[in-house]
Design a protein around this ligand. Structure first.
Ligand code: IMP
Ligand code: MG
Length: 172
């Protein structure tokens, strides 16, 4: 175990996710939503977020995108689908754990756009705007954080700490 310092508490997270769910329900009123959760990191956020979408028609699917090894980006991103999904005419909401350089989401969005969805938006649990290299912004975001490596609430350090119910900064 490393030492860590809590940055965002479980209570702050649940309040924010509920608020975001309300906003999404309002924005997509009368529409069917395809939630596309990016594995692995977003599984905790996605599971809370979909449970705050009780008043709308939601389908949830998963996609895998991997770009990180340890705390450093590898600079490469691979995308794998978990099933045969047609994105044509769908309202896609990509659900991600964090936007850092932006490479993962930019590449994912550019790939999905080619399949002619009706709309594509991005919901990212966290955003590190100061780290951005490519131009991409989340449509929905719970928290904007400084340039610190964080774990918990689905985010990992070498596959550890995903289970923490809060967001913590590793201190060593
Ligand atoms: P991007 O392509 O640089 O935007 O990287 C996004 C991916 O990097 C996320 O989906 C995370 O898996 C990972 N990542 C970026 N920052 C952190 C962090 O502080 N903690 C854990 N994972 C991170
Ligand atoms: Mg990720």
């Amino acid at each position: 175990m490393h030492n860590y310092k809590v940055m965002i508490s479980a209570e702050e997270i649940s309040a924010k996710v509920a608020e975001l769910g309300k906003k999404i329900e309002k924005d997509y009123e009368g529409k069917k939503l395809l939630v596309l959760a990016v594995l692995n990191g977003s599984f905790v956020f996605a599971s809370d977020l979909i449970r705050s979408l009780q008043n709308m028609d939601v389908e949830i699917r998963f996609i895998r995108a991997k770009s990180y090894c340890g705390t450093e980006t590898t600079g490469t991103v691979s995308v794998t689908r978990t099933d045969e999904i047609s994105f044509e005419n769908r309202n896609i909401l990509i659900v991600e754990d964090i936007i850092d350089s932006g490479f993962t989401l930019k590449m994912l969005r550019d790939t999905l756009v080619q399949e002619k969805p009706e709309s594509i938006k991005i919901a990212s649990f966290l955003d590190k705007p100061s780290r951005r290299i490519v131009d991409i912004q989340p449509d929905y975001c719970c928290f904007s954080i400084p340039d610190k490596f964080v774990v918990g609430y689905g985010l990992d350090y070498n596959e550890k700490y995903r289970q923490l119910p809060f967001v913590a900064e590793l201190t060593e």
